[in-house]
Write a protein that binds this ligand. Structure first.
Ligand code: NAP
Length: 332
């Protein structure tokens, strides 16, 4: 089979398009003949060796490595403990590695069956960013109907899905942040009630004005820096502040007692940990497949490139040239 592998860490040029033996499914695994492969920023970070540095070590990557976290395709083999009926089904899967290939292994427990007419490319864009967005709202906290939500980076992959998922889960006011007028227009288009820019230091005041001075019940925080601190200016009593990224670097240390006066909570989120609770991942994938098929959530795909051009996909992602997901086509 064709696959993209790297044998040393470095720039996009370390990604080689090569022949590898088809893997065999172990207990609990399925082998998927892929039709669409989603690219994520963690793939770039794995390739760069970021996770192997002492200060950012979160598991590390062993070389040689086939990166990639998500695919759509058809099940062609099943390991012990997996129902034979899975063979032949079209599935969407989240995995820890190995997606950039014509055949990929996934745990059956972090896979969901798709309808035969499901859009392979749209579905392949969802698992990592979509499961992150869903689980922040359904596992890190339990969003209640009518509650207000502030989603940072709402024009990005996780953010744009979080806005739509929050609405689909019955949120009241949903506010999104983004860095330009064009991106804020996109955030409103996907259903946010208000889109604001975090460059204006008074943005928390705008959130307060829009929530009758209460602030929001839930904040999905992925920015860091000053924004992390400012969030507390517009977090309601009993508010939940969920940190899942730091695109601008970490904020200042926080004194936990500041959470007491308004009985607020601060929660961290890290998707790989959820492989320990695969039922939560499969619940997230099933929700996404259902809502995207039904049309209430829209996947945002920027472009499809041949698998052989994975290095170009990484260059585009690093240069922030794309608005939406990049999908690799294993057939070309
Ligand atoms: N904890 C987890 O398990 C987990 C899982 C998935 C993703 N993440 C993290 O969540 C964040 C968003 O991921 P994503 O896949 O949605 O990424 P993405 O599509 O690239 O979106 C990132 C968003 O952050 C905003 N941003 C603000 N400052 C930025 C900067 N200096 N560089 C880049 N973007 C900046 C961008 O919006 P504007 O240009 O409009 O500001 C963009 O919308 C990332 O930090 C990622 O590492 C964490």
């Amino acid at each position: 089979m064709k696959a993209i592998q790297f044998t040393s860490f470095g720039g996009p040029e370390v990604l080689s398009y090569i022949d590898l033996p088809k893997p065999s499914p172990a207990q609990g695994e399925i082998l998927i003949e892929t039709t669409a492969i989603g690219v994520n920023f963690p793939d770039v970070r794995e390739r760069m060796g970021v996770y192997n540095q002492k200060e950012t070590r979160v598991g590390g990557v062993e070389l040689p490595h086939v990166t990639g976290l998500q695919v759509v395709g058809h099940v062609v083999a099943a390991g012990d403990g997996v129902a034979r009926a899975m063979i032949g089904r079209k599935v969407m899967a989240l995995m820890k590695k190995g997606a950039y290939a014509q055949f990929a292994l996934a745990s059956a427990a972090t896979t969901v069956t798709l309808r035969p007419d499901a859009d392979d490319v749209a579905m392949a864009s969802l698992p990592c960013q979509g499961a992150t967005a869903y689980l922040t709202l359904q596992a890190s906290t339990l969003l209640r109907a009518g509650e207000s939500v502030l989603v940072h980076g709402a024009a990005g992959g996780v953010g744009s899905l979080a806005v739509q998922i929050a609405k689909a889960l019955g949120a009241g006011t949903v506010i999104g942040t983004a860095s330009s007028d064009e991106r804020r227009a996109f955030v409103r288009d996907i259903g946010a009630d208000l889109a604001i820019g975090y460059e204006d230091p008074n943005w928390p005041r705008t959130v307060l004005d829009h929530t009758q001075g209460r602030g929001v019940d839930v904040i999905l925080e992925s920015i860091g820096g000053d924004v992390f601190e400012q969030n507390f200016e517009c977090l309601a009593r009993f508010g939940r502040h969920i940190v899942f990224g730091s695109t601008r670097g970490p904020g200042n240390p926080i004194a936990p007692r500041r959470l007491m006066t308004k009985a607020q909570s601060l929660t961290g989120f890290y998707l790989p940990i959820f492989f320990e609770t695969p039922e939560l991942i499969s619940r997230a994938l099933a929700f996404l497949a259902d809502r995207v098929t039904g049309g209430s959530i829209k996947a945002n795909v920027a472009t499809v490139l041949p698998l052989s051009r994975a290095a170009e996909a990484h260059r585009m992602l690093q240069a922030r040239q794309v608005q939406g997901a990049i999908i690799l086509d294993p057939a070309t």
